[in-house]
Every structure is written in structure tokens, then in C-alpha cells.
Design a protein around this ligand. Structure first.
Ligand code: SAM
Length: 250
């Protein structure tokens, strides 16, 4: 039995989970951050509560709070059923059972829902979709994206991943993507082709272990850094491969 999603589902993680998924330090939290594909995660709401507001981007932010609540509710049953059938694919240390995981998700997404309308008015929730984001070049210092790229490798192809990640690199100095496995905890077949292509753009790529470990093989993120010398207009058009490295746990 494996996970199968016809569409990309709205499902959200918490502030503490974001800290661990992206190995975020206190210094990182003080940077200009955007989360792309943040959906109903509570990271934005909880960063706002800390007085360190960030921007979140997702196409679902075009809906009202009531519509989002309904969409989350509709998705619930299918996710719970699939999570229960696939419980052997998870490490049950952070959460002790599917029931505890689901109760925590409910609470997390409730925090998002309660913050959403105010946050949207304040410009913290922006309606947009990869691969085209409405921000100027290098507008952010740190770009985070979780459970979208690589995770939905069965739904989004290599061309989409390359366009999307180049867009993330256009708007920020550093990009972190978590996880690098798909919904079934298999190493995404797109990771290495993406890294090879980005190295040709002059991007430094590293696969790093992180403290977050829920999917059995899912405790690594991809960190991407554009050197100050990488001209934006060359992103994706480099003919020769500049020195860049892939390090494990680097
Ligand atoms: C599984 S949720 C992950 C939410 C959050 N990042 C987390 O880890 O808890 C995936 C999100 O990606 C969003 N999404 C789908 N297509 C997208 C696109 N082209 N650009 C940006 N976000 C997208 C979906 O609307 C959904 O909210």
C-alpha cells in the first residue's frame, strides 16, 4: 500500500516543525524569510506572534477562511486513512501514533485559520504559484519550501522543478527545500538531475541532515546558495560547470 494523491493537498506543519525541518537558528529567524507553498502551516502565524513576521505564498490563499476550513476538512479523511495504512513508513518518536499526529495537525491548522484573514490583510499571506512569483530579484534573504518540491515528484515533473527552483533562487539569496523524498519516502528521482542543472548555473548545492524525522528516510533538506558572483540573468543558462559541490551533511 502506498500514498497516492491526485492533487497537492492542503496540510500544515507547526513552527517547531519548521525549525527542525529547515534547521533554523535564531539568526535565521531574524532574516527576511518567505515560505513558498506554506498552505495551512502555522509557521507564519507563530512568527507573527513572535514579532518577526514573514511572508507566505500559496495559490490556496485566494480562498476565504471558511472555504479553506472546508477544503481542509474534505482532505482530512483521505489523509488519515492513507496515513494509517502507511504507518510503517513513519518514525513514531515525535508523535506516538497516527491519532496523536492528526490531533496535532488539527491544532496547527486551527492556528493558521485563526490568523489567516488578518494576515492576508497585512500582506503576510500572498496569493501566487510557482514558477512565477510576484517579487523583485533578491527580495528575500531566505526562501523556505516544504512538502511541495520533490515531495510531489509524481505530480510535478523535472521541467517544473527546474523552473520553480530557479524562481526561488531569483527572489532570495538562499533556498532550503524539505524533504528530498516523495510522499512514499522514496528518494526523489528529480533531486540529482536538479542538482546537476543548478551546479551548471553556478549554484552551490548541499544535502544536509536535519533534526526533523517523521518520514523514515525523510530527514534531509537541500540547501542552495547563489554566489554573489552568479549573475541572475545567467540562472539556467550557464554552459560550463563552475566549481560547486554536493556534500553529505555539509
Ligand atoms: C502539503 S502542503 C505543505 C504546506 C507546508 N509547506 C508544510 O510543510 O506544512 C503543499 C502546499 O503547496 C501548495 N502548492 C501547490 N502548488 C503550488 C505552486 N505551484 N506554487 C506554490 N504552492 C503550491 C498547495 O496549495 C499546498 O498548500
Amino acid at each position: 500500500m502506498s500514498f497516492h494523491y491526485k492533487d497537492i493537498v492542503p496540510w500544515g506543519r507547526s513552527f517547531d516543525e519548521y525549525l527542525d525541518m529547515f534547521n533554523l537558528s535564531e539568526d535565521d529567524l531574524a532574516r527576511d524569510i518567505v515560505g513558498v507553498g506554506d498552505g495551512p502551516a502555522s509557521f507564519n502565524a507563530q512568527m507573527h506572534q513572535r514579532d518577526t513576521p514573514i511572508i507566505s505564498v500559496d495559490p490556496i490563499y485566494r480562498y476565504s477562511e471558511a472555504e479553506l476550513r472546508q477544503r481542509i476538512q474534505e482532505t482530512y479523511k483521505d489523509i488519515i486513512t492513507q496515513a494509517f495504512r502507511n504507518r510503517d513508513k513513519f518514525v513514531w518518536t515525535r508523535f506516538s501514533s497516527v491519532g496523536e499526529l492528526v490531533a496535532f495537525r488539527r491544532q496547527t491548522m486551527e492556528t493558521f485559520c485563526q490568523d489567516f484573514e488578518t494576515g492576508r490583510q497585512q500582506g503576510r499571506y500572498v496569493v501566487a504559484a510557482l514558477p512565477n512569483l510576484p517579487f523583485p530579484d533578491r527580495h528575500f534573504d531566505l526562501v523556505l519550501s516544504a512538502h511541495l518540491l520533490f515531495f510531489y515528484s509524481a505530480n510535478l515533473d523535472l521541467a517544473f522543478h527546474l523552473d520553480a527552483i530557479r524562481e526561488l533562487l531569483r527572489i532570495g539569496n538562499e533556498v532550503r527545500i524539505f524533504p528530498i523524498v516523495d510522499v512514499n519516502s522514496s528518494f526523489s528521482p528529480l533531486v540529482l538531475p536538479v542538482i546537476r542543472a543548478l551546479e551548471k548555473d553556478g549554484i552551490t548545492c548541499s544535502l544536509e541532515s536535519v533534526p526533523y524525522h517523521l518520514q523514515k528516510t525523510g530527514n534531509q533538506m537541500l540547501r542552495l546558495r547563489r554566489s554573489a558572483l552568479t549573475p541572475l540573468r545567467l540562472l539556467g543558462r550557464f554552459e560550463t560547470s563552475p566549481a560547486a559541490c554536493i556534500s553529505s551533511d555539509g
